[in-house]
Ligand binder design. Structure first.
Ligand code: AHR
Length: 346
């Protein structure tokens, strides 16, 4: 985990040039700004140290944790932007260590601090009504970043993030193409209750059921969006189904990277004997594609720092913002991975 974070920090310096739409403009990264976070999700940094009257945009962000390379890239993007703008942004960051209760504590502490805007990547979809209502009563808008929350629309200002159902549907079409529309597969799900896991599953399973009757999902189980758990669950799938498995769909690349290790240890060839489709588009999966060990990744853009702060400023200024802001994203395949990897920034 530590090594991955150091690598992410170094990579993030290279992310200069990436932007929300993948268009290659200026900022978007870390480089050691902020990042310090409390262990219980209640407080954190940027340490612009502003007071109530300094005119700065005061933002608190409650992050999920550090479960994946994608999450590290998103945190880096947000912290880098804050660090680049300390003269105008007073930023507080909390790492909730995968716990909803810590995110709730962080939100309450941001409300007590009197921030202008709260950002939240909700670890799970449900259970937010009470604390969102507290924020609303305090006049503090909430921006949902990356994952959705299942709350009435008036409890949040906007959602900045991907269409996960569409990603799941695209993943199903890619899997069908790789299998010539027929074969048995397994599915590695993300964190139970997370919108990205719920919707990537729904999009995928519904599309398979509707369009590909000769593809059978043998088993589907959570790997919690982590590489270690992805490997563990794939090992158990392989023990049960062995070479019956012709494809694996993982809700993120990290779980797929773990699954690839499991497939190799079982004496099979990932990318050949067992086709792979996963979501995110992190650099490590491009390396696996270049090595012929992975087939497809469905991109999900984590570089949300600039659009997040731009939206927060608009809300502070009383401007209207769109209810759903969707990043531009692509599908990347093994065939072009050697070229594509040159442009990857996370
Ligand atoms: O919500 C987005 C998902 O969360 C990413 O796909 C995954 O890598 C992360 O942990």
């Amino acid at each position: 985990m530590k090594t991955r974070r150091i690598v992410a920090a170094i990579l993030s310096v290279l992310m200069m040039g990436a932007c929300f739409t993948g268009c290659g403009s200026t900022e978007d990264t870390p480089a050691g700004t902020d990042g310090t976070a409390s262990t219980d999700g209640t407080s954190a940094t940027n340490e612009g140290g502003g007071d109530a009257d300094d005119g700065k945009l005061k933002v608190g962000f409650a992050q999920i944790g550090q479960e994946s390379g994608w999450r590290d890239a998103e945190t880096a993007s947000i912290q880098f932007h804050a660090g680049q703008n300390v003269d105008t942004i007073d930023f507080k960051f909390a790492d909730a260590q995968q716990k909803q209760e810590n995110q709730i504590k962080a939100i309450k502490s941001f409300i007590d601090m009197g921030v202008d805007v709260i950002g939240l990547a909700p670890v799970v979809e449900t259970g937010w009504d009470a604390v969102f209502t507290e924020a609303k009563d305090a006049g503090i808008p909430i921006i949902l970043v990356d994952r959705m929350a299942d709350v009435p629309e008036d409890l949040y200002a906007t959602f900045i993030g991907s269409d996960f159902i569409e990603e799941g549907k695209n993943a199903a079409d890619e899997m069908a193409r790789l299998l010539n529309n027929s074969g048995k597969i397994v599915e590695l799900e993300g964190t139970v209750g997370a919108s990205s896991a719920n919707d990537r599953k729904k999009g995928f399973d519904d599309q398979i059921a509707a369009e590909y009757p000769d593809i059978e999902i043998l088993a589907s189980q959570t790997g919690d969006f982590t590489r270690a758990k992805g490997k563990e669950v794939m090992e158990s799938f392989l023990k049960t189904y062995g070479s019956e498995i012709k494809g694996v769909y993982a809700h993120n690349d990290d779980m797929m990277l773990g699954a690839i290790e499991a497939i190799k240890e079982a004496g099979l060839k990932p990318g050949e004997d067992i086709k792979t489709v996963s979501c995110d588009g992190v650099k490590a999966i491009f390396e696996a594609m270049v090595a012929g060990e992975a087939n497809v990744t469905i991109e999900c853009n984590p570089l949300l720092g600039p659009i997040f702060f731009e939206t927060a400023q608009k809300l502070k200024d009383g401007e209207t913002v769109e209810k759903w802001v969707k990043p531009e994203e692509s599908i990347f395949r093994q065939e072009t991975a050697a070229e594509d990897i040159k442009d990857r920034v996370y």
